[in-house]
Write a protein that binds this ligand. Structure first.
Ligand SMILES: NC(=O)c1ccc[n+]([C@@H]2O[C@H](COP(=O)([O-])OP(=O)(O)OC[C@H]3O[C@@H](n4cnc5c(N)ncnc54)[C@H](O)[C@@H]3O)[C@@H](O)[C@H]2O)c1
Length: 309
């Protein structure tokens, strides 16, 4: 039986990856400190360790080490910059060492945020980024960039099989919408369903490209099992770009909500445009997203509706 260690495995994306691994008959250990996820999602099918990844020690052999633990929401990570940097620095090194001891494949969820306020749109992997090294978002952006650097150093120096994924705004059922943890799609859906104002930062002319979680899982799995994935860095996202205002209007229409759209203060260092160049993923994985924004948002709305019953 193959075995896998998944940090942050109790979170939104972690849950989908862990469920897939269990289905593929992996013996899975999840390490998660529940800092951004709430209830433990698993029973006996998974070994669950509640711990910060920086403090996790293991001598167990793993075939796959997937490092997802991080605080991903700007509102939340800007209030917890030290913890955010720790999970993407000390935490990454801890996970790399565990992978190295086992000779495991190391899969890392970096982020499209490594591009910062990208000047090349759609953004290919070869674009090196336009990032503030010490601004309010640097704890996340630079943590991800450091993690990529140290992962590639382990690949080059120790021959570790390292695979770095840069997801672009993934959404879908199970994503958290409450408090500081909510990201743009779940926040808008939640506001629309409560008939509260949908709050758009600034004019809402900043763009994002959104990826439905089933498409993310398909790409991630193909990347993990690809014979050509070692040492690769891959955008996993959508080429379709929407303004945040368009997104708010779409969600208002799809929920049939009477919510108004309220413009709030523009966020500091908020990227102006975001769109993925996925030419490399198409070639390497023979993959492209299948779910339209309308279909994905509708499925997510249905999940939120069921959950609130
Ligand atoms: N969802 C997206 O759109 C997206 C986009 C780009 C990158 N990512 C990256 O993918 C990964 C997973 O994101 P997600 O959307 O599932 O977020 P999430 O908040 O739902 O899950 C993250 C999980 O990590 C745990 N965690 C955080 N810090 C930890 C620590 N120090 N030690 C142990 N556990 C810790 C949290 O409790 C949570 O369960 C993150 O690394 C994130 O940066 C996500």
């Amino acid at each position: 039986m193959q075995s896998a260690l998944v940090s942050g495995g109790n979170g939104f994306l972690g849950y989908y990856l862990v469920t897939k691994l269990v289905k593929e008959k992996y013996d899975v250990t999840v390490v998660d400190d529940l800092s951004t996820s709430k209830d433990i999602s698993y029973g006996d099918e998974v070994t669950f360790v509640r711990k910060r990844i920086e403090d996790f020690v293991s001598k167990v052999h793993f075939d796959l080490v997937a490092h997802l633990a991080s605080r991903p929401s700007p509102e939340d990570y800007s209030m917890n910059p030290v913890a955010t940097l720790m999970s993407n620095s000390t935490g990454t090194i801890r996970m790399l060492d565990i992978a190295r001891e086992s000779g495991a494949l190391f899969f890392y969820t970096s982020s499209s945020e490594v591009y910062g306020n990208a000047q090349v749109i759609p953004t290919p992997e070869s674009y090196n980024g336009y990032v503030s090294p010490n601004g309010i978002r640097s704890c996340y952006d630079e943590g991800k960039r450091f993690s990529e650097a140290i992962a590639m150093a382990y690949h080059r120096q120790y021959g570790l099989d390292v695979r770095i994924e840069r997801p672009f705004n993934v959404y879908g059922p199970r994503i958290r919408e409450d408090g500081l943890y909510g990201r743009v799609i779940p926040r808008f859906i939640s506001q629309a369903l409560k008939e509260e104002n949908i709050t758009v930062h600034g004019k809402g002319d900043q763009t994002r490209s959104f990826l439905y979680v089933d498409d993310w899982l398909e790409a991630s799995w193909r990347f993990i099992v690809s014979p050509d994935g070692s040492g690769e860095v891959l955008n996993v996202g959508s080429e379709k770009e929407f303004t945040v205002l368009e997104l708010a209007q779409k969600i208002k229409a799809l929920t049939g909500s009477s919510s108004g759209i309220e413009h709030t203060e523009k966020r500091i260092d908020d990227p102006e445009r975001r769109s993925a160049d996925i030419g490399k993923a198409k070639k390497l994985l023979n993959w492209e997203p299948r779910t339209s924004l309308e279909d994905g948002v509708e499925k997510t709305i249905n999940w939120f509706r069921l959950r609130s019953k």
